[in-house]
Write a protein that binds this ligand. Structure first.
Ligand SMILES: [Zn+2]
Length: 313
């Protein structure tokens, strides 16, 4: 249902979201342009909580904000401005999004609720990312910089239009809603030194965006089926399952330390989550976060070492 005309709806109608603009960055633009209206009042009008972090696939504030876009459906908003064009490929169907949004729309306050398994633990690794050349083009075209949605895919590290390594601004730099106006200041950002792992993840991300959601879903289902059929580890407490679990926990730690070398403490904490149980990742219906799914795919294809058949008996 469309909300009645409010300052928020007028603002959104007049300050149009740009093509491929990340919703979180757009919200910041709205706040900057609505000087006469406090951000608290704006959030109140939209009945949404102030975002305290970024990187959630479908945050509560975005679900509440969505009806204020008079010319865009929630599905379009998710697809083009929240990264759905990438991560929807890791859900077996869109019904996950509908039931997620339904829960987020329930008025009573509730604890954190996430679309993907492991999303919560990955927050501390998230960065806002930008390409300096895209930024310059955006300033020339619009007069201001925008955060491009496809650069925010957690496994994207390169702008393929300009062959530039993306600059990262860490989630921990963001304090409440008031982050600094100079958020594109390169001296406050870092560019990761790209390893083969970064490049492989980036390649997979670009490939998934190119092939589309349905193709990615089919691949994911096939990969899960082949893994579960071939690794002989479906029985609970089987020695084979323990073996795979042990190897995966080690590999996951190694991958994450390569990607996020400054987050050693958080990475250690992951060893105690369900993310290190391969069967939980591959057999459970609850969607697994794209980063973890891709890392597990890499592990199971190239690193997993199973004993030869004669050792299994
Ligand atoms: Zn670029």
């Amino acid at each position: 249902m469309m909300p009645k005309e409010t300052f928020a709806s007028l603002l959104i109608d007049n300050l149009v979201i740009k093509e491929d603009e990340y919703l979180f960055g757009y919200l910041h633009r709205l706040i900057q342009f609505s000087e006469c209206h406090s951000e608290a009042a704006l959030f109140r009008e939209m009945d949404m909580p102030a975002p305290r972090r970024f990187g959630e696939a479908v945050p509560k504030w975005a679900v509440r904000m969505s009806p204020f876009f008079s010319t865009m459906s929630r599905a379009e908003l998710i697809e083009n401005h929240l990264g759905g064009g990438f991560w929807r490929g890791f859900l077996d169907s869109d019904s996950w999004i509908d039931s997620h949004a339904h829960v987020l729309n329930i008025k009573i306050s509730m604890g954190a609720y996430f679309l993907f398994r492991a999303e919560r633990v990955l927050f501390s690794f998230q960065s806002l990312k930008f390409c300096p050349k895209c930024y310059e083009e955006s300033v020339q075209k619009y007069g201001f910089g925008i955060w491009r949605t496809k650069h925010q895919d957690m496994t994207a590290f390169i702008c393929h239009e300009h062959e530039e390594v993306l600059y990262h601004r860490e989630n921990s730099d963001f304090k409440g809603f008031k982050h600094s106006d100079d958020f594109f200041d390169r001296s406050k950002c870092f560019q990761p030194k790209l390893t083969v792992l970064h490049r492989w993840l980036d390649f997979e991300t670009a490939r998934i965006r190119l092939k589309g959601v349905e193709a990615c879903r089919e691949e994911m289902k096939l990969h899960k089926r082949v893994f579960l059929e071939s690794s002989f580890c479906s029985e609970k407490d089987s020695p084979m399952r323990e073996l795979v679990k042990e190897q995966w926990a080690k590999a996951l730690k190694k991958y994450l330390l390569t990607l996020y070398p400054h987050h050693r403490k958080n990475i250690e904490a992951l060893a105690h989550t369900s993310m290190v149980d391969p069967i939980e990742l591959m057999a459970c219906r609850k969607p697994t976060h794209p980063l973890i799914f891709l890392l597990f795919k890499l592990f199971s294809l190239y690193e997993l070492e199973l004993p030869s058949p004669e050792l299994k008996s």
